[in-house]
Structure formats: structure tokens, C-alpha cells
Design a protein around this ligand. Structure first.
Ligand code: IPM
Ligand code: MG
Length: 374
């Protein structure tokens, strides 16, 4: 297509985005993400049609399901899905039947419906913001810039489960960890592709000294590696990886791992950068993608306008990059957020000495100021 036509086409683009604000701090951090979407529309000639839908615990109480049909229809119709965190405090969550609790009853069905098998979780902290990390400056070195690639639709999360009473009259439970080779191959390819575009080193995190699932995982990963001769693979046991992430995080660039390990290590990623509030994510597959913070709904601080919206706004940036091919705009957003931090501001989760605390809304406004000034 000639460039001028492409420009016209681009200027007419309308993208449908499903907006699932979720529970707890979801609505307040989503509000800041919507400010950024609005800015993109006015500044970049793109139109977003925002389709709001109920999702999460509130949806369960209002519609009888945490992922009601109306939300399914909206997500099906959307080009991409932007999702806030879901879930309630334990005392409230137990009022919902186990299978209707939003993590099991909404998030997992969302992931499997769109087969978003690769979950990309950047763990990123520029050197200038190293003071946010609990790690010593000499450990942070030149800053952290890791991409964790977590398998998202297999393993223990989706395996068969049985609950019952055994022959000794004891209650028991089984949960199976199932992967077939195609499931492993597809996420490994995503990880190799990302590694190839970066430092060409891929850490494969596994537990093959115990788990047969890791033995197969490693076999398949080695097969995929043949297609990526320029990427070197470093195999590391998951328990050791947890230590290395604290002691020498700079050795990691891209890492790939199965679902449960990735859940745990990515929260550790939030720990080493100083807050889970700094953890956006993209859930991608071969079709529609969805974007969400890696953290939960933080019911303890919900409604107080103090939550960090970085993870939600960062999820917008990832959506622009992966679903809408607008990486330059995504970069503007990352830079704007980092510039607000670099000016000496943060939300209270990151408030260390010398940093001025901002509310959720004030952080979003400053990001907007930076975007408008750029
Ligand atoms: C995450 C969350 C989810 C998970 C929950 C909400 C189902 O912890 O995205 O890391 O365990 O995958
Ligand atoms: Mg998690």
C-alpha cells in the first residue's frame, strides 16, 4: 500500500477495546488508563470504541457469573481486551461458590477462550529509578530490564482436579500438571522470538530434576532452539532462579517458564523492582490478545485513590505495541511514566525517602502532562 494511503487508512482506524475494569482498585486504575487512551485518540488520529463489560466478583453479584455472557459477547466483538484486576478479600471471596470466584470463574475462562498461551511480563526498572528497588545499587547495576514469558493456558492451572475422601477416610485432592508438546512449543517460539530481538539469551526455567513435565518441556525447548541458532539457552532450576533474581538479576534478559513457576517468579519480579504496581502484562496467542496488570485487586486500598496505575497504563502501552502495531506511541507512554518518577514523584507503594507521594489520579494527570509536552 502506498505511504499516503497507509496514512489515510491509519487516520481512519477504529479499534474496539473491551474494557473490563474488575474489582478492588480496578476501576480507579482503569480510569487513568482511559485518560491515556483518550490522549492517543486526540493526538494520533486513531479512534477507540470502548466497550465496557462486567467482569469479576462484582459481575458475579450483579449477573450471576464473574464472566457473564454479556461480557463474553463484548470480548468476542473486540479487537483487544483491557482488563483490570479481579478478586475480593478472603472473607468476602468465600461468600462466592469456589468455581464462581473470579480468578477461577473469569480469568481462567478468559485465558482459555482466546488461547492466550504466552504471558509477557516485563520486569523493568531504569537505573535512574533504582532507588525504588529493595536491592542494593550494586546489585541493580545498570538497571533491570527482563521479560518474563510465562505459559498461560496449561499446567496445574488447567489440569484435571479431583477432590474426595480416600480409603483411609481422609479428605484428599489431586491436581494434575498436563502439557502436550504443542503447548510447550508455541510458548517457547514466542520466547525465542523475543530473545532474538533482544540480547539473544534465553533463560529456560524448569524443575527437571523432579518433574517429568519439565523433562518434556526441556526436550521440546531444545527442538525449538534448532530454529534459533543465534539465541543461546541457559537452563536454570526454578528454585535457583528465585535466588539469582535477587542476587544477580542483571544476568537475565528473557526467561521462559511454565504457568505456575511464572506466576510466582513474576510476582518476585514485582518485588525486585519495588512494587507489583510496576507490573503490566500482555497475554497473547495466535488471535486476540488481552492486557492486564500482573497484580491483584488490592481490596485493602481500594477506593482510596492511592493505587499505582502504572501497571494498568503500561498494559495500554503493551496493547498498542502487540495488538495495534503502534510501538512508537507505546514508547511515548513508557517515557512519560518514567519521567514522572524521575521528577521525584510516585504513588505511596513506591514512596521512598525524598519522593513526593501522588494519588492515583494525580499520577495519571502528570503522565498526561508529560505526553502533552512531548
Ligand atoms: C496473575 C494472577 C492470576 C494467576 C490470578 C488472578 C488467576 O495471580 O495473573 O499472576 O494466578 O495467574
Ligand atoms: Mg500472579
Amino acid at each position: 500500500m502506498p505511504a499516503f494511503l497507509r496514512d489515510i487508512f491509519k487516520s481512519m482506524s477504529t479499534y474496539k477495546i473491551a474494557i473490563l475494569e474488575g474489582d478492588g482498585i480496578g476501576p480507579e486504575i482503569m480510569r487513568e488508563a482511559l485518560k491515556v487512551l483518550d490522549w492517543i485518540q486526540t493526538s494520533h488520529g486513531v479512534a477507540f470504541e470502548l466497550l465496557e463489560a462486567p467482569f469479576g466478583a462484582a459481575a458475579y453479584f450483579d449477573h450471576g457469573s464473574p464472566f457473564p455472557q454479556v461480557a463474553v459477547d463484548v470480548c468476542d466483538a473486540a479487537d483487544a481486551i483491557l482488563k483490570g484486576p479481579v478478586g475480593l478479600a478472603h472473607e468476602e471471596a468465600i461468600k462466592i461458590p469456589v468455581d464462581m470466584q473470579p480468578e477461577r470463574g473469569a480469568v481462567l475462562p478468559l485465558r482459555s477462550r482466546y488461547n492466550t498461551y504466552a504471558n509477557l511480563r516485563p520486569v523493568s526498572l531504569p537505573k535512574a529509578l533504582a532507588h525504588f528497588s529493595p536491592l542494593k545499587p550494586e546489585v541493580i547495576g545498570e538497571g533491570l530490564d527482563i521479560v518474563m514469558v510465562r505459559e498461560l493456558v496449561g499446567g496445574l492451572y488447567f489440569g484435571e482436579k479431583t477432590v474426595g475422601v480416600n480409603a483411609n477416610n481422609k479428605r484428599y485432592v489431586t491436581e494434575s500438571l498436563y502439557y502436550d508438546e504443542d503447548q510447550i512449543r508455541q510458548v517457547c517460539r514466542v520466547a525465542f522470538d523475543i530473545a532474538q530481538g533482544r540480547k539473544k539469551v534465553l533463560h529456560n526455567i524448569h524443575k527437571s530434576n523432579i518433574l517429568k513435565s519439565s523433562v518434556l518441556w526441556n526436550e521440546v525447548l531444545d527442538e525449538v532452539a534448532v530454529d534459533y541458532p543465534d539465541v543461546s539457552v541457559v537452563n536454570m532450576l526454578v528454585d535457583a532462579a528465585a535466588t539469582h533474581l535477587c542476587l544477580n538479576p542483571g544476568q537475565f534478559d528473557v526467561l521462559v517458564t511454565e504457568n505456575m513457576f511464572g506466576d510466582i517468579l513474576s510476582d518476585q519480579g514485582g518485588g525486585i523492582v519495588g512494587s507489583l504496581g510496576l507490573m503490566p502484562s500482555a497475554c497473547v496467542g495466535d488471535g486476540k490478545a488481552y492486557y492486564e496488570p500482573s497484580h491483584g485487586s488490592a481490596p485493602d486500598i481500594a477506593g482510596r485513590n492511592i493505587a499505582n496505575p502504572y501497571s494498568m497504563i503500561g498494559s495500554v502501552a503493551m496493547m498498542l505495541e502487540y495488538s495495534f502495531a503502534m510501538p512508537e506511541v507505546a514508547n511515548q507512554i513508557w517515557s512519560a511514566m518514567q519521567a514522572v518518577f524521575a521528577d521525584g514523584y510516585s504513588t505511596p507503594d513506591l514512596a521512598v525517602e525524598g519522593v513526593t507521594e501522588l494519588s492515583t489520579g494525580a499520577f495519571g494527570d502528570r503522565v498526561l502532562d508529560k505526553l502533552n509536552a512531548a
